[in-house]
Ligand binder design. Structure first.
Ligand SMILES: NC(=O)c1ccc[n+]([C@@H]2O[C@H](COP(=O)([O-])OP(=O)(O)OC[C@H]3O[C@@H](n4cnc5c(N)ncnc54)[C@H](OP(=O)(O)O)[C@@H]3O)[C@@H](O)[C@H]2O)c1
Length: 215
């Protein structure tokens, strides 16, 4: 697929590298042309401005700091019909979700026309880097309201070397959002069997099972 990675730092760089290795055509983008050129070379991707990268992409991975989102969204141009994978967490300054609103729902509303999903946000970049293609696979949680978009992102997650697990829609995904806390999957490692028990609990409105510990 044609994938744009807007913000090819720690998280975006890792996703770009893994998707290039899986045979996707990846274009990385950011603000600093020299840094971008080096990063593109490192991961084997193309480099372009956000507007050009997004213009030719089917899927757009957004991996900028939270406070850069307004600027990055403006720089990407129209997201109409594009599948977006939001990797951001609501740390730092910038507009924030209202009380009780998920960051996913808040960001989806800031990206009109996008087929919004959220993924690759629950584990540190270092952990994601060392656990790609591990056996048994590490779970990458996904949420989104567009079933077709979620399915495509699940395929990319598999290609990147993780196990996709869909937690729910953008309104039901608080458990995969910061901060790390009891009753949430954010910040924790999950394997598929334990993740399914979490999904069942979230769908039933029950507290999720205790965080698994892996040896
Ligand atoms: N690091 C983690 O462990 C981790 C884990 C889970 C989720 N996340 C989330 O993932 C997101 C990215 O984090 P990160 O740690 O990967 O950040 P990072 O290493 O600082 O990379 C951010 C990238 O965004 C680019 N950027 C900044 N402003 C931009 C703009 N306006 N338009 C386009 N590109 C822009 C930067 O490049 P230029 O400066 O050249 O533009 C840089 O390559 C954050 O929202 C974070 O909360 C991070």
């Amino acid at each position: 697929m044609d994938v744009a990675v807007v913000g090819a730092g720690r998280i975006g760089g890792n996703v770009a590298r893994l998707l290039v290795a899986a045979g996707h055509r990846v274009t990385v983008s950011g603000r600093d042309p020299e840094r971008l050129r080096r990063r593109a070379e490192e991961v084997g991707a193309l480099a372009a401005t956000p507007a050009v990268a997004v213009g030719r992409a089917e899927v757009v991975v957004v991996a900028v700091p939270w406070d850069a989102l307004p600027d990055a969204i403006a720089g990407m141009g129209s997201l109409d019909g594009r599948i977006v994978v939001d990797t951001t967490n609501q740390f730092g300054s910038g507009p924030k979700p209202a009380a009780g609103e998920t960051a996913a729902a808040f960001n989806a509303a800031r990206m009109p026309g996008a087929r919004y999903t959220k993924c690759f946000n629950t584990m540190t970049s270092a952990f994601q880097e060392i656990t790609a293609h591990r056996d048994p696979p590490v779970v990458q949680w996904i949420c989104g309201d567009d079933a077709g978009a979620v399915e495509v992102v699940a395929g990319l997650v598999r290609d990147a070397g993780y196990a996709p697990v869909v937690l729910g829609g953008t309104a039901d995904c608080a458990a995969m959002e910061a901060p790390r806390r009891d009753g949430a999957v954010y910040g924790e490692e999950y394997r598929p069997a334990d993740a399914e028990a979490v999904v069942a609990a979230v769908r039933a409105g029950r507290p999720i099972p205790a965080t698994p510990a892996y040896g």
